[in-house]
Design a protein around this ligand. Sequence first.
Ligand SMILES: [Zn+2]
Length: 521
Amino acid sequence: MNMTLGGAFPLGCVEIRGSCGIIRLHSESFPAAGHLISVDRNRFFFDHYGVTERDLEQYLAAAISAGGDYADLYFEYLSSTSLLVDESMVKSASQGISAGCGVRVISGERTGYAYTDDLSPARILHAARTAALIASGPAKTPSVGFQEKKARSLYPVTLPSVDAEITAKVELVMRGDAAARAYDPRIKEVRSSYADELRNILVIGSDGTFAEDSQPLARLNVSCIAKTDQNSARGGAGGGGRVALDFFFGEKTPEHFAKEAARQAILQLDAREAPAGEMDVVLGPGWPGVLLHEAVGHGLEADFNRKQTSAFTGLIGKRVASEKCTVIDNGTMPWRRGSLNVDDEGNTTQETVLIENGILKGYLSDKLSAKLMGMGNTGNGRRESYEHIPMPRMTNTYMLAGQDDPQDILRSVKRGIYAVNFGGGQVDITNGKFVFSASEAYMIENGQITAPIKGATLIGNGPDVLTRVSMVGNDLQLDEGIGTCGKDGQAVPVGVGIPTIKIDRLTVGGTGRKDAGAFMQ
Ligand SMILES: [Zn+2]
């Protein structure tokens, strides 16, 4: 994968003042659309629900009939499949469709939201009038005409997996089951699962926003339990992205994930208890980037900073990491699980530099926070479904590669831990404290990887942990496509990545408590 640093944070729009945390609120209304373009009617909601441009204008007019600064509608049609094989038998199989429309009205810092699962004009108008209750003023008129976002195609699948033959998907999960069992006779229990979806969306806004997207997503997972008379241990692996079904027959097969899951479980059978205390920690490349997501990423979401509840509030321009750290959020990576052509507010996604050589450069914003904070919109407004209000969310979040050879990083550690896989983690945004449980980790003794250890948890503080990064490897990897991020009860797919890094003196130990849902494999 070719990672480049670019797409710097939009210039001239950050008006957060110094380190005192005073945020200047903008009073201007949202900008009106520039020019008229005609909307291509040969589109999903136009085709399937007979929606017309005139309907859309009426809905928006109803939404801002009591004033308000801005209104938008989010149409969603989601089809999905899921399959679970447990003990070599198909335990569950489901296919579903959900459709609906959410209407949002923003008035100052307040948001009115109403949604309907019935896409008839009467129900949408009803939702629009309900959302409008948040505002109380003279009616406004929406921008005349829609301004369509320039089309982009980060995940051009010809046949969405959700429309592929179910027998092919059953074959995938059965192959995952068989490969895990064949790995070692001590593999006693296997669960293999597959899920995919195709989400068609249409977003229109009173500022002229018009954006459509068709978003495929697929994931294959294998988890297993290894048992001996004395011991048992778990392993799990999976992956996918915004890909078609053939991805799992070619690039990342069920056998690939099954062997990885079984390898982890077998390895853990002989793992010894993790030591506790402060020590150097080396993170392996790829999925351990979840630490970056939790420890730093959430704290850089603009809503927490607007409310001044983040541990990173007021730190733009300040050093929050060692100079070896550059952290990016990038929604534009082809096929990636966290990528989007447009976000759920109809904005084009982008590559955003969050931390550059250790200095905090910016936050991840949506329309509301960009307006209230007077900063650029980074295209990070996301939501779980039409039932949910959009919020600033991460897409694919990673640290750029550095100069160090991963072997040299390990050799530099006298006594420490090498953590290569995490079950999950969680963070308290307000104080930045995080806890992660490593699902695969090893002792490092005199520069050598020695015994596997179990039950290792990493405990630290978001604004502090990256200042302790003393070495950064040249081996950036992104995860295989398994991350789901939870925030305020909303789950969205994300990607994470990191090169091998060395963190000087981190606290290891703790209770080993499981993730409360922030991240799950
Ligand atoms: Zn998260």
